[in-house]
Design a protein around this ligand. Structure first.
Ligand SMILES: *Cc1c(COP(=O)(O)O)cnc(C)c1O
Length: 420
């Protein structure tokens, strides 16, 4: 459920008509709904009420805007971060260091040191050497780093190959069959409190079966580790729950997921940790855009909008579907292609799609753009970096400016030998 609805024929974000935002801020612009973020955060939490002790760490890579982080901090969420930059954001967004989990396959020594400085809550180790280095860094500073070992359960998540992370050939985690021996060796290091295991098998999962299979393997691993004498107090089950992108998509609900988790983890007696990203942020945002031209095509007309692949990369990168609707639909329909202005054929949002009839200067939105949208934006083709707006009831604020190419040019230098 989200709070982007039509009132008197005009699409609103909560109580704000989207044309008001377009007039005030211009287009393209991301528009987020505070009420939707809060609702998703609460629904996900309630879904896990039957799963015992739970720590919720919002995967901030889905949408790391500081205002969004503030909302989720107010909802009691910690953060899952994958870089020192994200750690800085989580802290600046009001999330306590102890509630931050640091994931990622390429944490540098500098990043590990900064995270030790900050006193974050948990390191999710991706390889044995990382654990050795972290242990040495922590020990030298008189610290003990809380850590879990991320395992790769070799499960096919059944999602797009580019967002699948739990197959044995993927770069993430350590092979689950090697985990017990590695755990033995790493747990001997002073400087490390190796207290559990983690998994994350992929994103936009539309079926709970691969997750349940992965959790079952983790359950066996936990039993094996305990039998070997290890204390296992934390298991991080990752993120990955999908969201509906198409009007007729049917996905497992957070409640279905919660019931599965309760079933799969019965008797584990650990603190369960979760790293939801998309399921919190996806439907909490839209990308508001204006039609530049409707260009006649050989097969279908091209609706050329002022948003492009550099603002919303998912269609070009993952062949992702984003629903497109007019802000003031007339009721009439047309079959069209939707594309942006960037000089790439990949800058196409839809081909042969049945959409509301739109004409030049009409407003439209790409729905379900709150996750992996603005955060992946670039300035390719020297376009301005897309701004972000947060709505709360009948008020709204620009929470990220439109960064102009001039700002980037000001950071570029022409060497002196070229200026003579
Ligand atoms: C990306 C990521 C997540 C969040 O995934 P979603 O599909 O957005 O829920 C969680 N954990 C890790 C380690 C990730 O890399």
């Amino acid at each position: 459920m989200n709070h982007f609805d039509y009132r008197d024929g005009v699409l609103h974000a909560e109580d704000v008509p989207l044309p008001v935002i377009a007039d005030a801020v211009g287009t393209p612009v991301y528009v987020y709904s505070t009420a939707t973020f809060r609702r998703h955060a609460q629904v996900f939490r309630e879904a896990l009420a039957g799963a015992g002790r739970v720590h919720l760490a919002y995967a901030i890579k889905a949408n790391p805007n500081l205002a969004v982080l503030r909302v989720l901090a107010e909802e009691g969420y910690g953060a899952d971060v994958v870089s020192a930059g994200e750690m800085m954001r989580a802290l600046a967004g009001g999330i306590a260091a102890k509630d931050i989990v640091f994931s990622g396959v390429g944490k540098t020594r500098d990043e590990l040191t900064r995270a030790l400085d900050a006193g974050i809550g948990q390191f999710n180790l991706e390889l044995e050497e990382e654990g050795e280095v972290l242990a040495a860094l922590a020990h030298a500073r008189g610290q003990t780093a809380p850590a879990v070992l991320r395992v790769n359960p070799d499960v096919d998540a059944g999602t797009h190959a580019k967002i699948s992370t739990g197959r044995k050939e993927n770069k993430f985690g350590v092979p689950i069959d090697q985990a017990p021996a590695m755990f033995d060796r790493l747990s001997k290091h002073a400087g490390l409190n190796l207290r559990g295991v983690a998994i994350h098998i992929g994103s936009q999962l539309s079926d709970l079966a691969p997750l349940e299979a992965a959790y079952a393997r983790v359950g066996e691993l936990v039993a094996d580790l305990r039998a070997a004498g290890h204390t296992i107090s934390h298991v991080d089950l990752g993120g990955g729950l999908g969201v509906p992108y198409r009007p007729d998509d049917v996905l497992p609900s957070p409640a279905d997921y919660g019931a599965m988790v309760a079933r799969a983890t019965r008797g584990w007696d650990v603190e369960l940790m979760f790293e939801p990203g998309r399921v919190i942020a996806g439907n909490a945002g839209v990308l508001l855009t204006k039609v530049v031209w409707v260009k006649p095509g050989v097969v279908n007309p091209y609706v050329i909008v002022d948003a492009a692949m550099n603002d919303l990369m998912r269609p070009a990168m993952y062949d992702a579907y984003h629903d497109f609707v007019a802000v003031r639909p007339s009721g009439a329909r047309m079959t069209a292609n939707i594309a942006g202005p960037v000089c790439e054929t990949g800058d196409t949002f839809a081909m042969g799609r049945d959409i509301d009839v739109v004409a030049s200067d009409d407003l439209g939105v790409f729905r379900t753009a709150g996750a992996y949208g603005a955060t992946m934006a670039s300035m390719y083709n020297s376009r301005a970096l897309v701004p972000e707006v947060l709505v709360d009831g009948d008020r709204f604020a620009v929470v990220a400016d439109r960064i102009q190419p001039e700002t980037i040019m000001a950071a570029e230098r022409v060497p002196e030998w070229l200026t003579r």
